[in-house]
Design a protein around this ligand. Structure first.
Ligand code: TTP
Ligand code: CA
Length: 414
């Protein structure tokens, strides 16, 4: 990789001193800086095509409460961390959008929140973290099961690289985002807001624009204009300290930053922050989706040939998907309990269905038999015409390590 970069690096060096503040050299330098210093192994070509989704669940803890107590939906509800010192001492963790209308927000003292909701029928609840983490697992599993690059960044937020599914097309991405939002709502009765952009930075800011239950799509072409209209504090990671330093340099807007070079900002902010901010102000963000730890699911999705007309071809595709998933399970020495089938249709609508087995299994026959059964049920129940199916996926989750067990032979059979 470094070899390949030597040429452009020389080019930059030879032109750098004379005209380093031109935006092109700035751009090239930042590109190389990121590759060499931040060691990101990516090509410009790949970056230019990406479609990244940032999915953020709305008023998460409070919405979890609404799932088990639907009566909460129409009145202000506030989830609190009680310190236990006095009856109302503690802070607001979050609240639903009904409560937000009255000015209640996260991190506010409970007493203040109560005063804002005085004389209003409202509910105050303590947090129930194990329950929220259960819902979070279910919610993330739905998204992770698409089998694309997935990174969960907090209990209710994740990034996914949906470049392949959307054909790198932002119009398709909008349709897909709608369908994904609906699929999540159908499965766990929860709303989320989705930001779609050419990188993590833009998608993250975009997901906050239309909350709750919003979708904001910012195409590659619109990204620079979009970020220019944001406030400096909208850039994730920019805290009051950095904002103050920028202010002292006479920088009050994102456009002000984009007119600076890294070198003009590095003394005040340090090289890394200066690079990040100049890039961000130009809608550039090279950070990659970081798939964490060992996978909690194993899956495979394939694109089908356009002319699928009979079940035989569906069977063949399902068998090949199951073989791949089974091989993967076997190599990892794992058994599964949940099987999910995903069908993505020509119009990018998608249907998914999960089945939980009574016992853990690592049997190919069981995987194959159940997959075929679910696929047929899904096609029949949703009246899907076969030539309308564009992608098909088989995903297993709730995995259990069975390597080293005496019963391994019984789990895996050929
Ligand atoms: P957020 O995503 O910041 O907020 P939210 O999901 O409640 O609301 P929305 O995204 O619709 O604006 O945080 C996720 C959860 O993290 C939130 O439900 C509760 C918890 N949290 C706290 O406990 N304290 C806090 O100060 C914040 C901001 C969040
Ligand atoms: Ca949220």
């Amino acid at each position: 990789m470094y070899q390949a970069l030597l040429q452009p690096l020389k080019y930059v060096n030879s032109h750098f001193h004379t005209c380093y503040s031109t935006s092109w050299n700035n751009f090239l330098f930042q590109e190389l800086f990121n590759k060499l210093v931040l060691n990101e192994n990516i090509s410009l070509n790949e970056i230019g095509k990406k479609i990244i989704f940032h999915i953020d669940f709305d008023y998460f803890y409070a919405q979890c409460e609404e799932i088990r107590k639907p009566d909460l939906r129409n009145i202000p509800s506030v989830v609190c961390v009680y310190s236990g010192r006095e009856e109302d001492s503690g802070v607001v963790s979050t609240c639903n959008y009904e409560a937000r209308k009255y000015g209640v927000k996260a991190a506010m003292p409970i007493r203040l929140a109560k005063s804002k909701l005085k004389d209003i029928e409202a509910i105050f609840l303590p947090t129930d973290m194990p329950y929220y983490h259960d819902i979070s697992r279910n919610a993330m599993r739905i998204i992770e099961n698409y089998g694309e690059l997935f990174e969960q960044v907090s209990v209710d937020e994740c990034y996914v690289d949906f470049t392949k599914i959307t054909n790198s097309d932002f119009d398709d991405a909008k349709i897909f985002a709608n369908s994904l939002q609906k699929n999540i709502k159908d499965q766990i009765n929860m709303t989320c807001s989705i930001g779609v952009g050419p990188n993590k930075l833009i998608s993250k800011i975009a997901s906050g624009i239309n909350k709750p239950n919003g979708i904001t799509v910012v195409s590659r072409e619109d990204a620079k204009n979009f970020i220019s209209n944001c406030k400096i504090e909208d850039i994730p990671g920019v805290g009051p300290k950095t904002a103050k330093k920028l202010e002292s340099l006479g920088i009050g807007s994102i456009s002000d930053i984009s007119n600076k070079s890294i070198f003009e900002l590095r003394d005040a902010l340090g090289y890394k922050t200066a690079t990040f901010l100049v890039n961000a102000s130009n809608a550039i963000d090279y950070s990659q989706i970081k798939v964490r730890g060992t996978s909690k699911q194993i899956g495979k999705i394939v694109t089908l040939k356009k002319d699928i007309v009979d079940f035989e071809q569906i069977n063949l595709t399902a068998a090949s998907l199951c073989t791949s998933v089974y091989e993967n399970l076997r190599n990892k020495g794992q058994a599964f309990r949940i099987l999910t089938i995903i069908l993505i249709l020509e119009n990018l609508q998608h249907v998914s269905f999960s089945k939980s087995l009574k016992l853990y299994s690592a049997s190919f026959d069981e995987l194959h038999k159940n997959s075929l059964f679910i696929i047929k049920e899904m096609i029949n129940n949703n009246s899907i015409s076969l030539d309308n199916i564009r992608r098909m996926g088989v995903v297993v989750s709730d995995l259990k390590d069975i390597s080293g067990q005496d019963s391994l032979v019984n789990y895996f059979e050929n």
